[in-house]
Design a protein around this ligand. Structure first.
Ligand code: NAI
Ligand code: MG
Length: 490
């Protein structure tokens, strides 16, 4: 931890600034949320969810078996057929607005719980995850009674029951990305949170109860991969998945030929491209945000930095200097920049890939910081001398590790950026507007950020090319996966 930042000879110490956890009231045990109530799992199984920054247990959470998943899907089916699909859009919107307002009112409680269960810095859960989750509900509430205008003359109607499986890197935000468009369009849902971060989804279930959403419109089944697989294999009409490419492929194989609709939002290995004419100090902030935001547990992370050769040396000096100022540690401290790695398994994956980088001959540079003794941590790390064939240039590390390559011409930048099985996002840093447009036309990525990175807005669609998946979330485009258009059978 860089306890001191030196500027012009003066040294300031940061005082600890921990956010209080008193606002969060944890239960010892959380059941499954089915048909508007918390119920004991028929499986009889429970698992412990921990705080990855301390390894301390937080609560016991139900593990849904196939029977539990079946009951949740039945409940969603009844709610769909008996109430929700026939409700006027303006009525559906009322519930979504209620949920959105509750998320704003209880934002601090949600943010603290998100950081406790997932390890992300409180300033991120407070300033990014929660405001964006609420914004997503507000945004899709606005569409609920305007679907005819969103798709004029195309007779939009809902699909039925959506099975939604989400990851652990943005637990609340991903729940919002999944539930808000599904509900706005008249579908009902069974949501499966990730096994390491179930608690904010279960707090959302309480908000949903208080909002008096009709029972069964949203069901939440906790558990790990087997629970997710049971949901995929159940009688849902649509599957929406965010997670690893590996599991995305399994899901696609499983439901092939079943008639179920599918959207997949999978991994990434985004190129963040810095041209010699870029404003370098701003670019440094974008590079740091691109890879160290949320410990690099970000599918659209700028994990490959492509630097134009003439500015490589100066950019590296600035980047190394900036790395030393990052504060790694207690996620609940308001000054923390880089929190805990989400799980032991993810830490092992990062360590394994970093070891491969060293072994394959790349040069490693790490921030000098003291890591806490308990919990899962990884130092902010840079690799130079990386070539396209290295595993650290090709595989998603999903940690605070940046692989740096160089290029000479814009054509070479495009060729290197697109030389990846993934295509989720990209960043371009340059003074020239014409070059931004030239690059954006050629980059095979769902999102291209220009002179910024990791910017999100509910009105803007997000999704991938190639092994990053298909289908879009957010914006008008995000309604389509949940609708039949052109009067298809309901
Ligand atoms: P994962 O893909 O196994 O987990 C994501 C979600 O899928 C979780 O809710 C999990 O319980 C569920 N799941 C797992 N196996 C399933 C199956 N067979 N059927 C249905 N659902 C299933 O991801 P994991 O193992 O947590 O992370 C491995 C790597 O995946 C990470 O290191 C990262 O590279 C990538 N990843 C990418 C994410 C993204 O946002 N694109 C999010 C999480 C992980
Ligand atoms: Mg997995």
């Amino acid at each position: 931890m860089s306890e001191a930042i030196e500027r012009g000879g003066d040294t300031w110490e940061y005082a600890p600034a921990p956010e209080s956890t008193a606002i969060v009231r944890l239960q010892d045990r959380y059941g499954l949320f089915v048909n508007g109530e918390f119920v004991e799992p028929k499986s009889g199984k429970w698992f412990t969810t921990i705080n990855p920054a301390t390894e301390e247990p937080l609560a016991e959470v139900a593990e849904a078996g196939p029977e539990d998943v079946g009951l949740a899907v039945d409940s969603a089916r009844d709610a769909y057929e008996q109430r929700w699909r026939a409700l006027p859009g303006s009525e559906r919107a009322k519930y979504l607005y209620r949920i959105a307002r509750q998320l704003q009112e209880r934002a601090r409680e949600f943010a603290v719980l998100e950081s406790m269960n997932g390890g992300k810095p409180i300033k991120e859960s407070r300033d990014v995850d929660l405001p964006l989750a609420a914004a997503h509900f507000f945004y899709y509430a606005g569409w609920a009674d305007k679907l005819e205008y969103a798709f004029p003359g195309r007779a939009p109607s809902p699909i039925g029951v959506a099975g939604q499986i989400i990851p652990w890197n943005f637990p609340m935000l991903m729940a919002a990305w999944k539930l808000a468009p599904a509900l706005a369009t008249g579908n009902t849902a069974v949501l499966k949170p990730a096994e390491t971060t179930p608690l904010t989804a279960l707090l959302l279930a309480q908000v949903i109860q208080e909002a008096e959403l009709p029972p069964g419109v949203v069901n939440i089944v906790t558990g790990a991969g087997e629970t997710g697989a049971a949901l995929v294999e159940s009688s849902v009409d649509k599957v929406a998945f965010t997670g690893s490419t590996e599991v995305g492929k399994i899901i696609r194989r499983t439901i092939a030929g079943s008639g179920k609709r599918l959207t997949l939002e999978l991994g990434g290995k985004a190129a963040n491209i810095v041209f010699e004419d870029a404003a370098l100090d701003q670019a440094i902030e974008g590079v740091v945000n691109g890879i160290f935001f949320n410990q690099g547990h970000v599918c659209c992370a700028g994990s490959r930095l492509l630097v134009q050769e003439p500015v490589f040396d100066v950019l590296m000096d600035k980047l190394k200097e900036r790395l030393q100022t990052l504060r790694v540690g207690d996620p609940l401290d308001k000054n923390t920049d880089v929190g805990a790695i989400n799980s032991r398994a993810q830490l092992q994956k990062i360590e394994e890939l970093v070891a491969s980088g060293v072994q394959e001959g790349a040069e490693m540079y790490q921030a000098e910081c003291v890591l806490p003794e308990r919990g899962f941590w990884f130092r902010p790390t840079l690799f130079t001398g990386v070539s396209q064939s290295h595993r650290i240039a090709r595989e998603e590390i999903f940690g605070p590790v940046l692989s740096i390559l160089t290029f000479r011409t814009p054509e070479e930048a495009v060729e290197k950026a697109n030389n990846s099985p993934y295509g989720l996002s990209a960043g371009v840093w340059t003074e020239k507007g014409s070059r931004i447009l030239w690059m954006a036309e050629r980059l095979r990525a769902g999102v291209v950020w220009a002179n910024t990175f990791n910017r999100f807005d509910p009105a803007s669609p997000f999704g991938g090319y190639k092994e990053s998946g298909f289908g879009r979330e957010g914006g008008l485009q995000g309604l389509e996966p949940y609708l039949r258009l052109d009067g298809g059978a309901p």
